[in-house]
Design a protein around this ligand. Structure first.
Ligand code: GYE
Length: 315
């Protein structure tokens, strides 16, 4: 009896040791090179990644680059030096990643590109992209704008961070679709860097120049639209009525503005990517292959349903 107990304990010990040795019980370490905290969307994404890592039992190393690519590159190099298992990168801009991603590849660390896409010569430099379809968001925004203006009017555009895929693709997706409405004219288009403050500032300059000639505003994110709403009210016009507003993201603030009749449409872009990122990190750490694009589920929300939707919003 005693001997069998000793044998059993020894056997269990050996089993546990071998599980640890082949990595099954080792905690996965994920380095996340985040862009910053420029918008409500990004704050929601960061929160989602942090809570999903906890829930998945993944050790998260988090870096905030304050919207600077050089800081993101530094963070990735430090993750490589620390020998993390997987790297997640939300790239502030599309280009300039080849060298650092080659370093990650050489170190055999798989890279998940998060929420914005990149342009690299060698597609094997990253494992997958987890995020939205930006050209489609731009297209949907244009369809909504054309409907709101009955195919006729003057519009202005607040662009996202210049050189980010979210700016490049939302601009192009919108431009291609709005071209089908020849009586809609783009008066001005400028970057508001995805922030409320910049969105307000640039809208003020548009209003100064074009005043009540403006019938519609397309903003590449809700935060800039929220800044623009303040500018429009201070100028003495009614946002959502005198100037129709279509933006992208679906943050709580824009639902509140829509419920108050001050904004018209938001094309949803889901920031709650944490669970999909953790799931992908686990697969990659286990040496499994994943699809090259893992899409998020999204909808389009309008002023008339905003009040009803508001309590259901998670970000
Ligand atoms: O739309 C914007 C944020 O990369 C999809 O970045 C993201 C965009 C989002 O600052 O609000």
């Amino acid at each position: 009896m005693k001997i069998s107990k000793i044998l059993l304990t020894a056997l269990m010990g050996i089993m546990l040791f071998s599980v640890a040795a082949n990595g099954a019980t080792k905690k996965i370490v994920l380095g996340f090179a985040q862009i910053g905290a420029e918008s409500g969307w990004r704050t929601a994404e960061t929160a989602s990644v942090k809570s999903a890592a906890k829930a998945a039992g993944i050790t998260l190393k988090f870096s905030d680059a304050q919207q600077k690519q050089e800081n993101q590159i530094k963070a990735i190099r430090s993750f490589i030096a620390q020998k993390v298992d997987v790297i997640a990168l939300a790239p502030v801009v599309e280009s300039g990643w080849d060298t650092v991603l080659q370093e990650a590849k050489k170190a055999k660390i798989p890279v998940i590109i998060v929420d914005r896409t990149i342009k690299v010569k060698d597609q094997s430099l990253y494992a997958t992209f987890v995020g939205s379809d930006f050209p489609l968001e731009g297209k949907n925004a244009a369809i909504e704008m054309a409907k709101l203006l009955n195919g006729k009017g003057n519009i202005v555009e607040l662009q996202g961070t210049v050189g980010s895929s979210a700016q490049v693709d939302r601009l192009k997706g919108f431009a291609d679709e709005i071209a089908k409405s020849p009586n809609i004219k783009m008066l001005a288009s400028q970057s508001g860097d995805f922030t409320i403050a910049k969105g307000k500032e640039v809208m003020e300059s548009f209003l100064k120049k074009y005043g009540n000639k403006i019938n519609g505003l397309y903003a590449h994110n809700d935060d800039m639209a929220l800044g623009a709403i303040q500018a429009i009210e201070e100028f003495g016009l009614k946002p959502g009525v005198d100037i129709k507003i279509v933006s992208i993201d679906g943050v709580r603030g824009i639902f509140e503005a829509m419920a108050a009749g001050k904004a018209n449409v938001t094309v949803e872009c889901n920031p709650l990517l944490g669970p999909q990122i953790m799931d992908t990190a686990k697969k990659l750490a286990a040496g499994q292959s994943v699809p090259k694009w893992i899409k998020s589920n999204e909808g389009i929300y309008r002023m008339n349903t905003a009040k009803k939707e508001l309590p259901k919003r998670k970000y």
